[in-house]
Design a binder for this molecule. Structure first.
Ligand code: BES
Ligand code: ZN
Length: 637
């Protein structure tokens, strides 16, 4: 009896969650859009306490004040709940939140219980809502809420005003928003945020227009996201920021002293959007704006809808690192429109996006740059697979066991192997057919979660269509579920770096490089050369390389990073100062963590340097970065 009751409850919610017979997302005029949830085992999210089959959040309305002195946000979150007929509780995800009350829409208290906290997941918040389907949570974010980074003025380019930035992916938004923090539970949202003058607030939703005066020298900003999104995509930044349009639907926010540089580097944005649309269909989010953040932002970029967040370290002065922008833009389809249902299928977001990114680069900058970037990524992937072992589960696309943890995909394999998978399928079936299918995949699953199994089933149904020879050639299951690189993997064109590889070989023998040739190389060619240099180099040679190639003075942070890593690996004393100033300003984990790791690996030489620098710089990093670097420097050998 109990079992039957539970079953009918699940069925009724599954029906509720399906907006049309095909279980597709459908917009009913005037009604907010509601996306379906997936209920299959492979779609379950073990890193959320939510039980969406029983009750799930469909809309979040935030009314929050930013407090730069206390370094917290406080106010209310009003949640709309879609629940099974008999359901009387809803379970939310929280981490460190201080809950002062939960009421229904009339202000009557609702009982709630905050469960025991677990370090990775936080604590479940169970609200007894009875028959109510809207709840109002009054709360304050806890001290050191991990999504949020509060910068003192000295950490900004202008140096005069504080700054706030957030990073939600994968499971950090529960430190400032009490909701169901799972990528498979999509929600529409709106927000009213107050901040002290003269700070400006931006979010990953469309702005409601000019701010209005609020009390005590504060201004209120409003935002709305009327398309259901995964909750990790709700993002906020506030600071002394200004806007410059780049085109009719795009523009850039950044601090005033950064504006010209940022806008110049991003000048191709409209062309990128057009290229992306030509490839895989209409851009469905309205505006595409970006914010170039202070250098403590822990990632290169984050695809927050309508407001991509970017590190300033991609600015090289020559648009050579704008693959980052193509990547975050591509997520507007792969990731934001069709989203991995849980983090074991991160490759659906990141691998598909890396493929899409390369296609945009090819359209905009030509096949040479695209094929060089592919070759560079392929080599990096081969190196990681060799390092982890080609039988290691971490080199599969669909991650299992401990690797399926939200951060499990950060080894990078899912990016490059995922992209290579799609390049391989493209090469086998032909570009035209593949593009048509990929566009239709985004369309069929727009505003919905997806799993690896769904991706493969869709490929089979709509592209392979029973062609047994084609099925055998593609090796789909091996690509997705097995570790290592399948034998049919598309290899990069050896011509991509023919000249550079020859120069690297010559260098190994003669120890000289032609400065003039280097000067004419692309960013990818330079990175390739640096990756092919002998790993052990004496001081004189490092000094000569630095002098000849202008490495220390490079405006390209990818090159600077590779140079610093090489120098520190060789205990090259003259590079320590540059490493120290780099680590004191840049908080991007991809750069910071490997540099500290390299130092720590240089035992009695490097470990004391790492500890000394980290003691000074740690407080300037986002929790994402300290989370990784603590384990390297503090807990390390
Ligand atoms: N969505 C990711 C960032 C991310 C991944 C955050 C996993 C949290 C967990 C973003 O799109 C990304 O991949 N950024 C890359 C840039 C890209 C060009 C490979 C980065 O930050 O380096
Ligand atoms: Zn990405």
């Amino acid at each position: 009896m109990r079992f039957l009751a539970a079953l009918s409850l699940i069925l009724s919610v599954a029906a509720l969650s399906a907006c049309s017979p095909q279980n597709e997302t459908a917009a009913v005029d005037g009604e907010p859009m509601v996306s379906p949830i997936l209920t299959s085992d492979d779609a379950k999210d073990p890193f959320s306490y939510a039980q969406p089959e029983v009750a799930r959040v469909t809309h979040v309305a935030l009314d929050l004040a930013l407090d730069f002195a206390q370094e917290n946000v406080s106010g209310t979150a009003t949640l709309d709940i879609l629940a099974a007929d008999g359901a009387d509780t809803v379970i939310l995800d929280t981490m460190g939140l201080i809950i002062s009350s939960i009421t229904d829409e009339t202000g009557s208290d609702l009982p709630f219980e905050l469960g025991e906290a677990n370090d990775g997941m936080g604590a479940p918040l169970t609200v007894s809502m009875g028959r109510k389907r809207q709840i109002v949570i009054a709360y304050t974010s806890g001290p050191k809420a991990r999504a949020l980074q509060w910068l003192v003025p000295e950490q900004t380019a202008g140096g005069k005003h504080p700054y706030l930035l957030s990073q939600g992916q994968p499971t950090l938004n529960r430190t400032w928003i009490p909701t169901q923090d799972s990528p498979g539970i999509r929600q529409t949202w709106e927000a009213k945020i107050t901040a002290p003058e003269p700070l400006t607030v931006v979010m990953s939703g469309l702005s409601g227009g000019d701010p209005v005066e609020a009390d005590k020298g504060r201004r209120a900003f409003t935002f709305a996201m009327d398309k259901p999104v995964a909750p990790y995509l709700i993002a906020i930044a506030a600071g002394d920021i200004v806007f410059q349009p780049l085109g009719p639907r795009s523009g850039v926010w950044t601090e005033p002293v950064m504006l010209d540089k940022a806008a110049a580097e991003l000048a191709d944005t409209e062309k990128m959007i057009a290229a992306a649309e030509e490839l895989y269909g209409e851009y469905r989010w309205g505006r595409y704006d970006m914010i170039v953040l202070p250098p403590s932002f822990p990632y290169g970029g984050m695809e927050n809808p309508v407001m991509t967040f970017l590190t300033p370290t991609f600015i090289a002065g020559d648009r050579s690192l704008t693959g980052l922008v193509a990547h975050e833009l591509a997520h507007s389809w792969s990731g934001n429109l069709v989203t991995n249902a849980n983090w074991s299928d991160s490759w659906l977001n990141e691998g598909t996006t890396s493929y899409f990114e390369n296609r945009i680069i090819e359209k905009l900058y030509g096949e040479k740059r695209a094929s060089q970037e592919r070759a560079l990524n392929f080599a990096a992937m081969e190196e990681t697979i060799a390092e982890k072992g080609s039988d290691s589960d971490i080199t599969a696309l669909h991650l299992t066991g401990d690797n399926a943890a939200p951060e499990g995909g950060t080894s990078g394999v899912i990016y490059d192997k995922g992209a290579n998978f799609l390049h391989t399928v493209e090469a086998i079936v032909g570009r035209e057919k593949f593009d048509e299918w990929l566009e239709s995949w985004f369309d069929r699953h727009a505003f919905e979660p997806a799993t690896s199994a769904m991706f493969l089933a869709d490929l089979r149904k709509n592209l392979i269509k029973g062609d047994a020879a084609l099925e055998a050639k593609l090796m789909l299951d091996e690509w997705v579920y097995e570790p290592g690189l399948p034998s049919n993997a598309l290899r990069p064109d050896p011509a991509a770096f023919a000249e550079v590889d020859k120069a690297a070989e010559a260098y190994a023998a003669s120890r000289t490089l032609d400065k003039a040739v280097w000067a004419n190389w692309t960013s990818a060619e330079r990175l390739r050369l640096l990756s092919k240099l002998p790993k052990q180099l004496p001081d004189e040679e490092l000094a000569k390389l630095d002098r000849d190639l202008g490495l220390t003075a490079s405006a390209n942070n990818e090159i600077l990073f590779v140079w610093l890593n090489l120098a520190l690996q060789n205990r090259y004393e003259p590079a320590v100062q540059l490493a120290e100033s780099f680590l004191a300003t840049v908080g991007r984990r991809k750069f910071v963590a490997p540099l500290f790791k390299t130092l720590v690996e240089q035992d009695d030489w490097g470990k004391p340097i790492a500890k000394r620098i980290y003691a000074k710089t740690r407080s300037s990093y986002h929790s994402v970065t300290t989370g990784t670097v603590d384990a390297v420097v503090l807990d390390g050998k």
